[in-house]
Design a protein around this ligand. Structure first.
Ligand code: MN
Length: 154
């Protein structure tokens, strides 16, 4: 009837907050194709949503667009290295009042490399070659409290 047409449209069921807010879990910045495959293989089995970019500049862009929950940041990359990209992200975050966990990934066997990462504003450090177990421990450390919630949410 005409009366029915005057009714407001039915309110759509809202997305569950967990789904609505679910964005990117892990941003990986890594220029080496072999390591990209290693990350894809290991992360692919976790159920986390991840994206891989090939240099620090695209990592900076992706940080702004995708708002990842954590970043795995290779230190040595073309265009903009991981230390520079981390510095740029931390600068942006000063205005936003946020802090994304950044784990530096580096093949440099130099002592003090971990310190270089932390000085650049990274929170943690993962040495190469990437061990699946070490990587999963980092995910547990920086995203872990969320795992049970995600499972029960289905
Ligand atoms: Mn590299």
């Amino acid at each position: 009837s005409d009366r029915a047409m005057l009714q407001p449209p039915p309110v759509r069921a809202r997305q569950r907050p967990a789904e609505a807010e679910r964005g990117l879990d892990i941003l990986v910045a890594e220029d080496n194709e072999v390591n990209q495959m290693v990350f894809t293989q290991i992360l692919g089995e976790t159920g986390y949503r991840f994206e891989i970019v090939g240099n620090g500049r695209t990592a900076l862009d992706a940080f702004g667009k995708l708002n990842p929950r954590m970043i795995l940041m290779d230190v040595s990359m073309p265009e903009m290295n991981g230390l520079e990209a981390t510095g740029a992200i931390r600068k942006l975050e000063q205005d936003m009042g946020t802090h994304v966990p950044i784990v530096g990934v580096t093949a440099h066997a130099l002592k003090g490399d971990r310190e270089r990462c932390l000085e650049a504003g990274m929170d943690d450090y993962l040495p190469k070659p990437i061990s699946p177990r070490a990587l999963l421990e980092k995910l547990e450390r920086w995203l872990g409290s969320d795992i049970e919630t995600r499972r029960s949410a289905g």
